[in-house]
Design a protein. Structure first.
Lengths: 278, 117, 278, 117
């Protein structure tokens, strides 16, 4: 049976794509962020997950406002990284974990989640950067299931709804009748705001409390509405919804394998956590 | 028709239904910047490219004057505007931040660093 | 405030498009179906709805399996009828009821329905035929909100989920702060099956019971799973889900203004009902 | 891997995940028939058009032999196949029904009428 072996959550700042491309990992500006990953590499080497279920938000690559989903899941055989207009170099495409993706899709529909199902899928930096951070050689040793959350068009799915979808994904993984070690990724956040007169807003206190809640009180952030989250974490801080989906997949307690937090990377409070079910 | 008052958050424009409706043509143009051929076409004649996507005068003016707050007020969504700013105009997020907050880029970056303390 | 003035449910057989185009309404084959509409025309003339909220299923025009939604709503200014490959002549495009559409969309998201939002939308015969049946001159005196239910890719949203979405749409309409008379349309069914060794399957007994339940026991059909519905009504009989969405919009009892039922039109048990809230 | 037994309904093929996965190329080709130019291109060289969409041998054979049940067994979804049958081949739903059930069109239509009694 399939089993969740860990949850890895991380920020996905577009500028990281350029930094990776230019090998700036040891540059004083970037080092505090990239230093979070050697412990994760060691863990990956030891645990060797087979499949990544990646919870992230599309920034206008696979989806546009002509057809803007609330929740989408990719069942495509190949997840394609391509030009997304931000100047981020493309990466080799990612094999889709088709069996598990379809199983999760079917299970979510039966659980009253009104998924958009994608048999073709382009993946942007929110999906690709966590992968490149985990496997810097960009030779993907895993298959993937992309799960996309709308953070573009308000109202967003509520934090509670996102957590519940995570729970439903967790149940689907547990009922998958094939042996597989699954790593769940939550991509985005933490506090940042790109637009408006309050651009540059960061809320360290909230972020630290939120990171603590991922371990000690996983539903803490589900009390907040989408606009509450904008107020507290900045317009793009709402991407923490992806962390909530990821955290929801593990019903029991988790322990921290690694945690790091650094302000700023680009305009973002950059955070990375690796959690293991206990 | 009278609509209920919307909650607003000072300095944090929300890309909601009203914005999406107002900005559809603008955002569709920005979405086209996922392709280099389209970015190049825009650069070669900005106004013609805007008109091809049906942008109105206010939107075209906000484009040609690089008025980021203006682009938001005429319905631009930041994830779409980012393709214009980053991929076409070569601005990074600190350039954009400085433009919107009326400070220099160095001041904007210093504010970000200060948020870490 | 907006108010639901009626629910009109009807079958939407593609061949009807050709029959309308060729003016075959009085042809002996088609007459029993088209005869259902004069009473509806009289009602429309008297009640004069302003907006149609149409619950239907796309047959591969606006959506393909690359991005197959469970539930979609169109907020586009113009809903476009075009070549859908079945040989049905196109119709003049339909003005979108943008204010109400966005209001319903926002409200559904807040009610935990994970809508796909469409700022551009093509509408196929399931949307266009009921409109042409109601307004044969094809000069649309209403604006429209298209609401699309997946009947393409199983599992489908459950009958219960569809009914609940209807209830949520009803609440959204009731809270719309503009005076408007809303007619809700449910398009599709009743029993028919196009594919497989059982092609041509029709279940008159089930259909009559279902039509009765629309008035006397509106949640009766929510007991059935998608596969139950295939078994009882044929693979395409599942389109009755659109009737359930439509019926769900009115919380209280309804009375029958008109009801007709005829077997067959093409391969379909063709039914039409006009219901009024009481 | 052992998967739980699926519920089946005799004579009623379900377009589920397995079918959608098996039939993606075939259905994508049928979806292209929303455009007359594509329908015409298919008619001018069926096999070439099938190959352009990556159909496999079993799918191409089901196309060229007009094997409706075969098309379903290789992943065709009926709403997509309908565009091929109706818009390209000029068959109506009674033709298709007769083909699948092994009766004449008149017999198929008589069965439909009988269902009304
Ligand atoms: Fe992001
Ligand atoms: Fe239909």
């Amino acid at each position: 049976m399939a089993k969740i072996v860990g949850i890895m959550t991380t920020s996905h700042v577009p500028a990281l794509g350029r930094a990776i491309h230019l090998n700036l990992q040891q540059d004083p500006y970037w080092k505090p962020f990239f230093d979070g990953f050697p412990p994760i590499h060691e863990w990956l080497e030891r645990v060797k997950p087979d499949i990544v279920v990646s919870c992230y938000n599309d920034h206008g690559l696979n989806f546009f406002l002509d057809k803007q989903p609330t929740f989408a899941i990719g069942t495509a055989p190949e997840l394609i990284s391509t030009d997304e207009g931000w100047g981020i170099p493309s990466m080799p495409s990612f094999p889709g974990a088709e069996d598990l993706a379809w199983h999760i899709r079917d299970s979510l529909i039966r659980d009253d989640f009104d998924m958009l199902t994608c048999q073709e899928m382009l993946v942007d930096h929110a999906f690709t950067l966590p992968m490149a951070l985990m496997w810097p050689d960009q030779k993907w040793p895993v298959k993937s299931v992309p799960v996309c959350v709308n953070t573009v068009l308000f109202p967003l799915p509520s934090a509670r709804r996102c957590f519940k979808m995570g729970e439903a994904i967790g149940r689907a993984i547990a009922s998958f009748p094939e042996d597989a070690k699954v790593l769940v990724v939550g991509s985005g956040g933490l506090s940042h705001q790109l637009e408006g007169e309050r651009a540059g807003f960061i809320n360290k206190e909230f972020d630290l409390k939120f990171m603590d809640s991922m371990v000690n009180d996983p539903q803490w952030a589900t009390q907040f509405s989408d606009l509450d989250l904008v107020e507290k974490t900045g317009n793009e801080g709402v991407e923490l919804l992806n962390w909530l989906v990821a955290r929801g997949t593990v019903a029991g307690p988790v322990k921290v394998v690694h945690s790091s937090f650094h302000i700023p990377i680009s305009n973002t409070a950059a955070a990375t956590m690796l959690l293991e079910p206990v | 028709m009278t609509r209920p008052q919307k909650r607003t958050i000072p300095g944090a424009p929300i890309f909601d239904s009203d914005a999406a409706r107002r900005g559809y043509a603008l955002n569709k143009m920005c979405y086209s910047f996922n392709s280099k051929a389209n970015r190049d076409e825009f650069v070669s004649d900005e106004v013609a490219y805007c008109k091809k996507f049906g942008l109105d005068e206010a939107q075209i003016k906000a484009i040609t004057t690089r008025d980021v707050l203006g682009l938001i007020s005429v319905g631009g969504g930041v994830y779409f505007l980012g393709k214009l700013a980053g991929g076409v105009l070569g601005l990074d997020m600190q350039d954009i931040g400085a433009l919107q907050t009326g400070v220099t880029k160095e001041e904007f970056k210093a504010k970000l660093v200060a948020a870490g303390h």
